[in-house]
Design a protein around this ligand. Structure first.
Ligand code: PGA
Length: 255
């Protein structure tokens, strides 16, 4: 059975003190309330990560992730953070290819292929994001876009390495807008992604790949989205900034 994951992406929110208290609340609620095998991942700003790993220690269902990493091992890249540094403080996951990184920081599929390689080399688990813009969906190009994002950034991997990825489908038009993809729209794309993985690798690899939905996911719409056969959890932005909402989303997998 593939892993169910609810990952929070705090983006550039919460100062140190606020981040520690939000995370502590999440950890306590997870301990008290989660009864399934779902994994909760909190992807926080870099400066919080070391302390969050310490706070989460011993809570089996909670992991800590970064929101980005540099594609080189080390060197003269002022202001950047390497995967080795993340690994050295106990970080387990890293979001790669978030649409905000693609849009505001010019990250291309080619660059993301390098980031994926170096993350896997250091045993960090990528949460690899793909998704179309509104214009791409309206012109009927969304399947082509998703296919090329996957193919150009991840299909060079061996089946063994690909199996270490978590994929997140995040339609750009649904991120932070309050407009969620309908469960049918999301399921249609998730099934397409799984089919492409099966074509490239093997049905068994596709069946084991966790594919998350992201984009205005909240405690109200999560149950319907997560009930779809190919949706294995969510990547949560806004709603991950409130412990109650975030853990309520993770609790969908209690039943
Ligand atoms: P949102 O963000 O839940 O606020 O739409 C999702 C994301 O960007 O990962």
């Amino acid at each position: 059975m593939r892993k169910k994951i609810v990952a929070g992406n705090w983006k550039m929110n919460k100062d140190y003190k606020e981040g520690m208290s939000l995370f502590s609340e999440v950890v306590n609620m997870v301990k008290d309330e989660l009864i399934g095998n779902q994994q909760v991942v909190v992807c926080a700003p870099y400066i919080h990560l070391h302390s969050l790993v310490a706070l989460g220690k011993g809570t089996r269902q909670v992991s800590v992730g970064a929101q980005n990493a540099h594609q080189e091992e080390s060197g003269a890249f002022t202001g950047e953070i390497s995967v080795g540094m993340l690994k050295s403080v106990g970080v387990e996951y890293v979001i790669l290819g978030h649409s905000e990184r693609r849009q505001y920081f010019g990250e291309t599929n080619e660059l993301l292929a390098k980031k994926t390689d170096i993350a896997l080399k250091h045993s960090l688990k990528p949460i690899f994001c793909i998704g179309e813009t509104l214009a791409e969906r309206e012109s009927g190009k969304h399947f082509d876009i998703i296919k090329s994002q996957l193919a150009e950034a991840t299909f060079h991997l061996s089946a063994e390495d690909f199996a270490k990825l978590v994929i997140a489908y995040e339609p750009v038009w649904a991120i932070g807008t309050g407009v969620t993809a309908s469960s049918n729209q999301a399921q249609e794309v998730h099934a397409f992604i799984r089919k492409e993985i099966a074509i490239q690798y093997h049905q068994a690899v596709a069946d084991e790949t966790t594919i998350l939905y992201g984009g205005s996911c909240n405690p109200k719409n999560a149950s319907e989205l997560f009930a779809q056969p190919d949706i294995d959890g969510g990547l949560i932005g806004g709603a991950s900034l409130k412990s109650r909402d975030f853990v309520d989303i993770a609790k969908v997998f209690n039943s």
